[in-house]
Design a protein around this ligand. Structure first.
Ligand code: OSB
Ligand code: MG
Length: 367
């Protein structure tokens, strides 16, 4: 495939309700969107970097500059036989996993469409729907109980509670009392240190599926120490940027579950390597989310059809986050199952008329 054009946009999408995690509150999503073209076919991707480096050390401004000045000029006009060739070209650049993932994922979509295959098939997945849960932001306990109730009623397969110091054991205690049977997890987004081991061990009493990323975003070692002190499985999110990180974590028992976000690890090929490695260690994975629009969600859904994605992912209904999505299709769950978009590639089509109205910037690239 010869890449004969590209378009890079930044769009602004209002969140229906603010989303609070231990690091802060999000009120809107600023989304980088990439289109790659070849032979009249288009591939799409969405960047998951944030305006500020408060989830990981990557941010939109740096990613956009790298795409504009380096990555897109590198791929435009070039011919690639497969996604591996794209990955090889971008491999020398340090970091910038989310930015590189945009190029790799848009190419994957293009490639799948050129082969006439659904993305899931190309990845080695199967099935028409995936199990999903929800991620509930930090808020007053009473309000959280009400939101848990609503989502349990809707059939979501797991409720993930965002926690932070001062908003943890009492919250979990209240939710567990009200919902003795519900699959629960917690996500701290790196808000604790090993000094909090005792506090985190108190969560062992509540039958939680896993504690997601309790310690530093760039740590693996301390999570292994913590795992020796708590019986609840630790799930790593932020700490896993590559299959090499995953190997190190698995070798020292720092993670008994891994959250794969395709953007966080630089794309599908690395996601597949992490998926396979975890399967070899008998460690389940699930697909995380970054409040993506339908374009990113569609990618996540296809990835989630692989066999070792054996826990519910975070790809809940788009209507929970946005009044209107960037795509024509509706990505809504039914009884905790998200249908896999049909058709070739990611199977969703951007609603350019709507996107145009929320576009902050737009640039075209040609050979
Ligand atoms: O840690 O998984 C996380 C959202 C923004 C940043 C980090 C995280 C999240 C979520 C939301 O938990 C998942 C989603 O619904 O997309
Ligand atoms: Mg997380």
């Amino acid at each position: 495939l010869r890449i004969d054009g590209a378009e890079l946009r930044l769009v602004r999408l209002e969140l229906l309700t603010p989303f609070t995690i231990s690091t802060g509150t999000m009120y809107e999503k600023i989304i980088p969107l990439l289109t790659l073209r070849a032979n009249g076919i288009e591939g799409y991707s969405e960047g998951v970097m944030d305006p500020l480096p408060d989830y990981l050390d990557e941010q939109i401004a740096g990613g956009m500059a790298l795409l504009r000045d380096v990555l897109l000029p590198q791929v435009i006009g070039q011919t690639f036989d497969n996604p591996q060739a794209v990955e090889r070209l971008l491999a020398p650049w340090r970091g910038h996993y989310m930015t590189k993932a945009m190029v790799e994922m848009a190419f994957f979509d293009l490639w799948a469409k050129s082969l006439g295959l659904p993305m899931k098939t190309l990845l080695g997945g199967a099935g028409d729907a995936i199990d999903v849960g929800v991620s509930l932001g930090i808020g007053p306990v009473e309000e959280t109980l009400e939101r848990v109730r609503r989502h349990v009623e809707q059939g979501y397969r797991r409720i993930k509670l965002k926690i932070k110091p001062g908003h943890d054991v009492a919250l979990v205690d209240a939710v567990r009392r009200a919902f003795p049977e519900t699959a629960l997890s917690v996500d701290a987004n790196s808000a604790y240190t090993l000094a909090d081991s005792g506090k985190l061990a108190r969560l062992d009493a509540y039958g939680i599926d896993y504690i997601e990323q309790p310690l530093a975003w760039n740590d693996i070692q301390d999570h292994a120490t913590l795992q020796r002190r708590v019986s609840t499985p630790i799930c790593l999110d932020e700490s896993i940027r590559s299959a090499r990180d995953a190997r190190k974590a698995l070798q020292i028992d720092a993670a008994r579950v891994i959250n794969i976000k395709v953007g966080r690890v630089g794309g599908y090929l690395e996601s597949l390597r992490i998926h396979d490695l975890c399967a070899a260690f008998d460690v389940p994975v699930w697909c995380g989310g970054m409040l993506e629009s339908g374009i990113g969600r569609a990618h996540n859904i296809h990835l989630s059809t692989l066999p070792n994605f054996s826990k519910p992912g975070d790809t809940s209904s788009a209507s929970r986050y946005f009044a209107r999505d960037l795509i024509h299709e509706r990505l809504e769950t039914e009884n905790g199952r998200m249908p896999v978009p049909a058709g070739t590639g990611i199977g969703v089509s951007p609603d350019w008329d709507f996107i145009e109205t929320i576009t902050l910037s737009k640039e075209s690239f040609s050979p």
